[in-house]
Design a protein around this ligand. Structure first.
Ligand code: ADP
Ligand code: MG
Length: 394
């Protein structure tokens, strides 16, 4: 974390503690930090049990928690508030905690309490929680997982659970799938939990084995620019579920447990043409992740950039999850001389990333603003991110 960013975080932590005391009448027992993430490459490969290469970013959710006094009033109560949207408190009793019982955003932290409550040998208690997050919402940087991960690392510490990071990733995935009702993969939680500063996280989504791959952007005089199109992606629209269904169909037709087991495009011969294109994205994207890891280890940034462009084209043409705004962002960055660029995250909106020379931040940003204005799109939000340390006590 840069010096200015850690100062900013320190200020946010102080304000969070004060806000907590104001709402709940007592100081929190602690504050935990869970970052959002950018996926450098490896899109929609996670639920195909393949490879991904995300990194945690220097934007995070700070989660303050205090267990309720077992002798005090209502020890079984869970209370959730966020500095985002009026600090209103949502509450639920432990015995009422079930999928569908918690409305709105509080379902994310509540889902984690629910999934922990389902574990044998976890003695869940009531608690009060306040979150402050600067991860932009709905931009594909995983603001929702930051809430879940912040909650699970907090409860893991407070309840003395000693869960492994892979265990926490699997539990938050279950929480999200079964309690929130979003059929998402394992990448986002893993990135938030397992990343290391100045490294990307090479993750095998089948075994959850992970390796830190050097991403010393500053040393390379490079920077990752996030171009948030401010077109909200939504998992509820069905595009995401439809892509998952196509992948499952392909795997079933090919007689494999997941597309991870297919390593070359010729093996896809005979599939229905649309299903084949979907599967081809997954097969080629897995290859690109492996190539990107090798390129990063060789400090070959040009090769990484080339793979980013190829990944974008595959998502645009084969997987069809891009959006006009994302294509314009990538094209404008490319014309301005970016080393590489691609849409990142689930697609259908959200953000693109551009890997560029540090000296070209302004030039590239202006080129993107101009291209958006010419196309009649709303002005995107553009900012740089660095590779930060994964979640933990703040
Ligand atoms: P993404 O995870 O890509 O940002 P999602 O649609 O998956 O987008 O999650 C966004 C949702 O997460 C919001 O609609 C809200 O419910 C919740 N959320 C994110 N950040 C906060 C926050 N700071 N306070 C309250 N809820 C939040
Ligand atoms: Mg999300």
């Amino acid at each position: 974390m840069s010096a200015s960013n850690s100062r900013r975080t320190a200020v946010r932590i102080q304000a969070l503690r004060a806000g907590f005391a104001k709402i709940y009448g007592q100081e929190p027992e602690g504050v935990w930090r869970a970052p959002g993430r950018v996926n450098l490459i490896g899109e929609h490969t996670d639920y195909n049990l393949g490879f991904v290469l995300p990194f945690a970013i220097d934007k995070n959710a700070l989660v303050a928690v205090r267990r309720r006094d077992p002798q005090g009033a209502d020890p079984q109560l869970l209370q959730f508030a966020s500095t985002f949207g009026g600090e209103q408190v949502t509450s639920v009793r432990l015995e009422d905690l079930a999928p569908g019982a918690v409305p709105g955003w509080a379902a994310y932290p509540a889902s984690v309490a629910w999934v922990l409550g389902q574990q044998e040998n976890v003695e869940l208690t009531g608690f009060d929680l306040l979150v402050d997050s600067d991860v932009p919402v709905g931009s594909g940087l995983s603001s929702s997982h930051a809430l879940e991960v912040g909650t699970i690392v907090a409860l893991n510490d407070l309840l003395g659970l000693q869960l492994e990071k892979t265990g926490m990733a699997r539990l938050t995935q279950r929480a999200e799938n079964e309690f929130v009702g979003a059929p998402t993969g394992i990448m986002d939680q893993s990135a938030s939990l397992m990343s290391h500063a100045e490294h990307a996280l090479f993750l095998d989504c089948r075994s959850l084995e992970s390796t830190a791959v050097p991403l010393p952007l500053e040393h390379w005089n490079a920077v990752v620019l996030v171009i948030d199109t401010r077109v909200e992606h939504s998992h509820i629209d069905g595009g995401y579920a439809a892509r998952r269904a196509s992948c499952e169909q392909a795997a079933a037709a090919l007689g494999v447990a997941s597309l991870r087991e297919i390593s070359s495009v010729p093996e896809l011969e005979g599939l229905d043409p649309l299903v084949k294109r979907r599967a081809r994205h997954i097969v080629t994207e897995n290859r690109r992740v492996l190539d990107a890891v090798a390129a990063l280890r060789d400090s070959d940034l040009q090769e990484v950039g080339r793979l980013l462009y190829e990944s974008h084209e595959s998502m645009r043409d084969d997987y069809e999850i891009s959006a006009p705004e994302l294509d314009v962002a990538v094209q404008a960055a490319r014309s301005a001389g970016a080393v590489g660029a691609r849409m990142t995250g689930g697609g259908f909106g959200g953000s693109a990333i551009a890997l560029i020379d540090r000296g070209k931040i302004q030039e590239t940003s202006e080129a993107v603003y101009r291209a958006f204005s010419r196309a009649g799109f709303q002005r995107p939000s553009i900012f740089t991110v660095s590779a930060d340390e994964g979640a933990g006590r703040a």
